[in-house]
Design a protein around this ligand. Structure first.
Ligand SMILES: Nc1nc2c(c(=O)[nH]1)N[C@H]1C(S)=C(S)[C@@H](COP(=O)(O)OP(=O)(O)OC[C@H]3O[C@@H](n4cnc5c(=O)[nH]c(N)nc54)[C@H](O)[C@@H]3O)O[C@H]1N2
Ligand SMILES: Nc1nc2c(c(=O)[nH]1)N[C@H]1C(S)=C(S)[C@@H](COP(=O)(O)OP(=O)(O)OC[C@H]3O[C@@H](n4cnc5c(=O)[nH]c(N)nc54)[C@H](O)[C@@H]3O)O[C@H]1N2
Ligand code: SF4
Ligand SMILES: [Mo]
Length: 712
């Protein structure tokens, strides 16, 4: 399909691929729907943008629908009393109420009783200013964000192994030229369809694809080899594979000697994990493990890419470390065509964790506990470093203690819908209800916004400009194509107006390019150095890869080619033994539950469930189960199932399929209400990353006899 070349170049509002698109009113070239009568725009192709080369998934194609949807918020809402209804208010009233409420809680319970919860979908400018707002204006330690539920385990493993955390250390297109790729707990066929092109090209070029997933997904169907571990046993599998690499003499001794440390300890741990033991724990036959090792070690170059399937575990950091070990032992890192990478998830999952909305972190990926980092950022902010708070609670820990003694009592939430997406969601909902003040900024009345005392209607992606950092570490620019509707304000403006009301009349500009200018200075010299990146350069260069320390620096598409980012320049092996999931099946809860995504919905579904075409294609939750299990339970396709865990219960229709293991059921998490998968999930946290165990818990499944009894 041709494009006219006119229109505004921008990027999709959803996932970390940040597909390039053009917004315009040229109906002839429309790939999405336009509603010009309502001032809407059409989604057009932008084939010259290198990551997706014009391709969009259904979510991107229909993304403009929400701009004109009757379900978007166009006026602030306030609640006069607990349990009372939300009513429309003026911006002045709503913002006064927020500023007054935050001040009141800080005065009564201390500054740390005011909390902020951000999102990996926010632009870099918003994430940066939200972090500054929390530390400078509110003076609270308690700010964290939903990225904790997303890539945090890969981030901590990346830092431990390589001294730096960037999702992919190479451009996505490099995948096509690797000899072998192991894709672990990732289902890009549903989660990043336009990226499939590179996996297809990989195979056309003679490379091999190995997929590790308990389910035979559409991604697994593309693979040369599919390993199907029991959920929660990837660490044992990675150890078994490393054992075989060592036993079958596939170790790249020269690489290990020249560029790594810690091999002996990792080797000792792996040698204690016999492949037969790995088979017993994972259910993956040794013979398939050996095939995988031969494919991977036998290729000249190779990559291991993980996503949430391997990371969202109470041992996610160690598991990713064990996958990285496999790259290091076979010399497949820090070389062209080789390396470990994490497929980040949210639109700004990468940038959102670099600029200070994380509990332990300052802009530029600086640490909040490093005196030099505090001094640098305090200088940019014009404050005394001693006034900057220390690290606060991680996302689940923050939500878990809301409204309690010593917990947060007033929460400002921007860009997340935890009532649907947090683990043990019924408990989290109760905690949100226990707050003295809940303020939610959102585009729509999400399940979480519906609980708020004040709801602030936010502008949407096409109505404001800002940068995002995609899964490759490429900083891209979303450009506004139209003005927000009357009654709606940008998050940057809201922060400025709140800062003013709370006594900070400087330092919170509303213009994104001005905020980005300050972000560049704040990140200068840090690991995620954006100092040399400007809006002008991003436009001219199809994005710029960080680190980019000055305007003459070309940016860094490929990391680690000469040295790793550790103090001695060497990558570090992780010596980590297997351990079981926090909860294993037993007599009462005999099955594994795992959770994830379907192609048509995004995250908590707050946005995509309001797009008619997407809602029609995937109208509600379901429980995937194997025909053998269905037979045992006397369940047929479409029958309602009640799924129970130690945290709660969910009801949804059965989807009978032999693509799943007979000992496991799967639920997507895109819906709230009775079919909410997170009513069941286990908030057991990884000790390092504080990632909850979304991908495995123990459940019981029964045929739901009386529907009405199940509806709470
Ligand atoms: N359509 C769609 N696309 C999205 C999103 C969305 O919500 N919808 N969200 C975006 C975001 S924020 C993210 S984080 C990414 C996530 O992208 P992915 O990680 O690809 O998505 P998931 O479906 O969560 O999990 C991937 C796979 O992990 C498998 N899995 C479950 N348990 C285990 C296990 O123990 N081991 C292994 N090896 N695999 C396991 C599941 O069967 C599933 O197929 O997607 C992004 N893209
Ligand atoms: N069971 C289970 N649970 C999971 C996962 C899983 O695999 N299984 N995955 C986890 C992962 S990886 C993630 S990333 C989380 C995500 O879960 P959430 O944090 O709930 O993510 P979203 O649904 O994207 O929520 C974003 C909200 O912010 C709004 N919004 C979007 N853009 C903006 C903006 O610019 N400004 C403002 N003010 N609002 C905006 C949207 O309308 C939406 O209501 O879910 C986690 N939960
Ligand atoms: S793959 Fe992701 S970025 Fe691309 S169109 Fe789909 S949701 Fe948007
Ligand atoms: Mo995510």
């Amino acid at each position: 399909m041709a494009t006219t070349g006119s229109g505004t170049d921008t990027h999709c509002p959803y996932c970390s691929l940040q597909c390039g698109m053009r917004l315009g009113a040229h109906m002839a070239d429309t790939v999405g729907t336009a509603d010009e009568a309502h001032g809407g725009v059409a989604v057009l192709e932008r084939p010259e943008f290198p990551v997706n080369r014009g391709a969009l998934c259904g979510k991107g194609r229909t993304s403009a629908e929400l701009l004109t949807s009757a379900s978007r918020l166009t006026a602030p809402l306030v609640r006069d009393r607990r349990g009372g209804p939300l009513r429309e208010a003026t911006w002045g009233e709503a913002l006064d109420r927020v500023a007054g409420g935050l001040t009141d809680v800080a005065e009564r319970f201390g500054r740390d009783a005011v909390g902020v919860f951000g999102g990996g979908g926010l632009t870099n400018e918003k994430a940066y200013l939200l972090g500054k707002f929390a530390r400078v204006v509110l003076g609270t330690a308690n700010i964290d964000y939903n990225g904790r539920f997303c890539m945090s385990s890969a981030a901590s493993a990346n830092r431990a192994a390589f001294g730096l955390d960037r999702g992919l250390p190479f451009p996505l297109a490099d995948i096509a030229h690797a000899g072998c790729v192991i894709l672990v707990g990732a289902n890009p066929a549903e989660t990043m369809p336009p990226a499939l092109r590179y996996f297809r090209e990989l195979r056309e070029n003679g490379g091999r694809l190995i997929v590790v997933d308990p389910r035979r997904t559409r991604t697994a169907e593309m693979a040369d080899l599919h390993l199907r571990p029991v959920p929660g046993t990837d660490l044992a599998l990675a150890l078994g594979l490393l054992h075989l690499v060592i036993a079958d003499r596939h170790v790249d001794e020269a690489f290990v000697a020249a560029r790594t440390t810690g091999f002996e300890q990792a080797r000792a741990v792996a040698m204690a994990h016999w492949p037969e033991r790995a088979e017993q724990l994972t259910g993956v036959p040794v013979q398939l493990m050996r095939q995988a090792v031969e494919m991977f070690a036998g290729a000249a170059t190779g990559m291991v890419l993980t996503a949430r399937g391997s990371e969202q575990h109470s041992k996610g950091t160690d598991t990713v470390g064990a996958w990285i070990n496999l790259c290091l032992a076979t010399g497949k890192a820090g070389r062209p065509g080789s390396g470990y990478g994490c497929l980040t998830g949210q639109g700004n999952g990468q940038g959102g964790r670099e600029h200070g909305q994380k509990a332990d972190q300052l802009p530029g990926y600086r640490s909040l506990t490093d005196p030099a980092a505090r001094a640098h950022v305090a200088r940019v902010w014009g404050v005394d470093p001693a006034t900057l708070p220390g690290p606060g609670r991680s996302a689940y820990e923050l939500l878990d203690t809301l409204g309690q003694d010593g917990g947060v009592r007033a929460l400002l939430l921007m860009g997340s819908n935890p009532v649907v997406s947090a683990p043990r969601a019924a408990h989290v909902t109760r905690r949100l209800r226990a707050l003295d003040l809940l303020v939610v900024s959102d585009l729509v009345l999400s399940e979480t916004a519906a609980l708020a005392d004040v709801v602030l209607p936010s502008a949407q992606w096409a109505e404001e400009t800002g940068t995002m950092t995609n899964l490759e570490g490429r900083v891209i620019l979303r450009q506004a194509a139209l003005a927000p509707p009357e009654g709606v304000r940008t998050d940057l403006r809201v922060l400025r107006e709140l800062a003013t009301r709370l006594g900070a009349d400087k330092g919170f500009p509303e213009d994104p390019e001005e905020v980005f200018g300050e972000l560049r200075r704040a990140s200068a010299g840090g690991q995620a150095d954006y100092a040399g990146i400007s809006y002008r350069r991003i436009r001219a260069e199809d994005g710029v890869f960080w680190p980019c320390p000055d305007e003459d620096h070309p940016g860094t598409p490929r990391l680690f080619l000469d040295r790793f980012a550790t103090p001695d320049g060497r990558a570090r092996f992780a010596a980590v033994p297997h351990r079981p999931a926090a909860e294993e099946p037993d007599a009462d809860f005999p099955l594994y539950l795992t959770t994830g995504r379907v192609v048509g919905h995004y995250q908590s579904g707050a946005q995509t469930r309001r797009v008619p075409e997407l809602a029609a294609a995937a109208p509600g939750p379901f429980v995937e189960l194997h025909p053998r299990l269905a037979g045992r339970l006397g369940v047929a396709e479409g029958d309602l199932l009640a799924v129970t865990s130690r945290r709660g219960r969910a009801v949804a229709p059965a989807r009978v399929t032999d693509t799943i293991r007979p000992d496991t059921v799967f639920m997507p998490f895109h819906w709230g209400g009775t079919g909410r998968a997170n009513s069941l999930t286990n908030p057991a946290l990884d000790p390092t990353s504080k990632m909850p165990e979304f991908k495995v818990c123990a459940v019981r499944v029964e045929k739901a006899v009386r529907v009405e009894k199940e509806v709470r």
